[in-house]
Design a protein around this ligand. Structure first.
Ligand code: CTP
Ligand code: CA
Length: 237
């Protein structure tokens, strides 16, 4: 199912997308990170441009070629990502938070490299790393929007399902908790790993029981399916 005719339904729309994964430094040479490649956000940026949007892509540690016609802003940490997203949100029609944001960061940053023997009194001791919570960027921009109807805010979630509920149960609860308009849920399981080119997702809409299932298909095809839902949401407000 190729994309023969690309609709121009995002013409003139300003779209802000975050992608990749944040890294939280411990010392000048080490960080806590995650395996998010940034491919889904890059595919969303490329397809949004094809549909006529003006796209800003805030990329956290992404090592991929960037699509033509996209304004790229590079960041490292969750707090840098928060700064770049929060300062731009009001001037956009749609914000899509694809980035895997570290929930925690080391409480302290060591200005010089942490040595193997860090305690001369106990040369074999291992250090304990204390973590603190990072800000919830998505919840923050939803709160800043307040009662306004723009921008449309889209969250992403990777869920496995657990003892407390199925993937869709957990996603419904997350959508309600975050307060965003749409939540794109990626089902991650044994045979579904990070960095693959094929993907399948469910798109949930706040205040509606309807679920749009997309894929398994390329990240580009799934992106077009997501923009179909976004474009519909933009025209019904
Ligand atoms: N997100 C964010 N800021 C954070 C953590 C997550 O903006 N500090 C965004 C992600 O970019 C994504 C959405 O929130 O769009 C859901 O991320 P997820 O990690 O699934 O949600 P959490 O609330 O962190 O819940 P948990 O990790 O416990 O499942
Ligand atoms: Ca998280």
């Amino acid at each position: 199912t190729g994309v023969a005719q690309v609709p121009a339904d995002l013409a003139g729309r300003r779209v802000l997308i975050s992608t990749g994964g944040t890294r939280e430094p411990l010392d000048p040479v080490r960080y806590l990170g995650n395996r998010s490649s940034g491919k889904q956000g890059v595919a969303l940026a490329e397809t949004a441009v094809a549909r006529g949007a003006h796209v800003t892509l805030v990329a956290a540690n992404v090592d991929l070629p960037m699509p033509e016609g996209v304004d790229v802003v590079r960041v490292g940490t969750a707090r840098e990502l928060q700064q770049e997203i929060t300062s731009r949100t009001a001037e956009h029609d749609v914000v899509v938070m694809v980035a895997a944001v570290a929930d925690f960061r080391p409480a302290e940053y060591a200005d010089s490299k942490i040595k193997k023997t860090h305690d001369p009194g106990d040369p074999d001791a291992a250090p304990t790393i204390t973590l603190v919570r990072n800000p919830d960027i998505l919840a923050g921009i939803v709160a800043d929007r307040g009662a306004a109807t723009t921008p449309l805010i889209v969250g992403f979630a990777a869920e496995t399902g657990d003892a407390t509920g199925s993937v869709l149960d957990l996603a419904r609860a997350k959508l309600a908790r975050k307060g965003c308009d749409l939540l794109v849920v990626n089902e991650v399981g044994v045979d579904k790993t990070f960095g693959l080119d094929e993907t399948s997702v469910h798109v949930l809409t706040r205040g509606s029981e309807a679920v749009t299932d997309l894929g398994p298909a390329s990240k580009s095809e799934v992106s077009h399916g997501i923009w179909d839902v976004v474009a519909r949401s933009l025209t019904v407000d």
